[in-house]
Design a protein around this ligand. Structure first.
Ligand code: PXG
Length: 273
């Protein structure tokens, strides 16, 4: 049970991670747990477990639910306290772990690619709620998502207060041009995505030049390939942005190679349970 006095619910005061297990392997578990701790550290939220205990608890939850392929949601909230947003009201953080069957995106998404739209809702300024914190307050992302849906699209491209591309509502963005793979640096308002990191490493192994680069919508429109990365979606090819056709208008060949390499990685790399 979660209390109605839990500050995670009342104020969005807390942090989370979305992790995946592939055929009995938890993908990048250490990286997810480290990022959870970093998000909590900035919020001065003490997680009442060690990192090793958290890893064990995640594995135990998977085993108990008899799941080999799963979506794992780890949530740490400020805990139960009186009304009023002072975090000192909450003596102990609430921790829960959900493991559920993974709902895969339709394969047609990867075959056909996705069309996205940039939206007016700007990414939160890093000195407001820093988008690098994977916090329970996702209203910035949700407002952007609503805008995209209102315009008939499933995903929104978000810009920061300078007009630089930051990311989508739950995925990082990459462009490919002239053999160079680029993604916005995290300080422009992007999460340090774990899929993003894995894709940067896979790209470098394929011989691509890989860079973090400030980019505008113009750079996106004129890229040869565009794709999104995230734990749930893995790698999604983007074929149109704001009605501009990207490259050939079909999912890019390098995007396809990266997706194949990523799927192979998830099959062999991870903590066995
Ligand atoms: N940006 C944002 C804002 C995200 O929330 C990513 C990028 C991609 O990061 P990873 O580390 O996943 O490559 C995310 C990830 C969910 C859910 O249930 C959300 C994410 C991941 C998994 C599940 O909403 N967001």
């Amino acid at each position: 049970m979660v209390s109605v006095f839990d500050h995670g619910l009342l104020y969005g005061d807390g942090v989370f991670e979305g992790i995946r297990a592939y055929n009995g392997l938890v993908f990048k578990l250490k990286e997810h747990v480290d990022r959870l701790w970093e998000s909590a550290h900035t919020l001065m939220l003490t997680i009442p477990l060690t990192k090793a205990e958290m890893q064990s608890a995640i594995v135990a939850t998977l085993k108990k639910n008899k799941l080999r392929d799963a979506y794992i949601r780890v949530v740490v909230t400020r805990g139960v306290g009186d009304l009023g947003l002072d975090p000192r009201k909450c003596p102990r953080a609430t921790v829960f772990i959900i493991t559920d069957k993974i709902k895969l995106y339709p394969e047609s998404l990867y075959q056909k690619g996705l069309e996205i739209i940039s939206v007016a809702t700007l990414r939160s300024h890093p000195e407001s709620v820093n988008p690098q914190i994977k916090s329970l307050n996702y209203l910035n992302n949700i407002l952007a998502k609503i805008e995209a849906i209102n315009s008939g699209y499933e995903e929104a491209l978000m810009l920061n207060t300078h007009g630089h591309v930051s990311e989508c509502t739950g995925e990082n963005v990459f462009i490919l041009k002239d053999g160079r793979l680029a993604t916005p640096p995290t300080h422009v308002g992007a999460l340090r995505g774990i899929t993003r990191q894995a894709v940067m490493e896979l790209g470098a192994k394929m011989g691509l030049e890989v860079k973090e680069e400030i980019m505008t919508r113009h750079d996106i429109y004129n890229a040869e390939e565009v794709f999104l990365t995230g734990t749930a979606a893995e790698i999604v090819p983007i074929v149109k942005v704001d009605n501009r056709v990207i490259g050939s208008g079909k999912p890019g060949t390098t995007t396809g190679k990266l997706l194949k390499a990523f799927r192979e990685l998830t099959r062999r790399d991870g903590l066995r349970f």
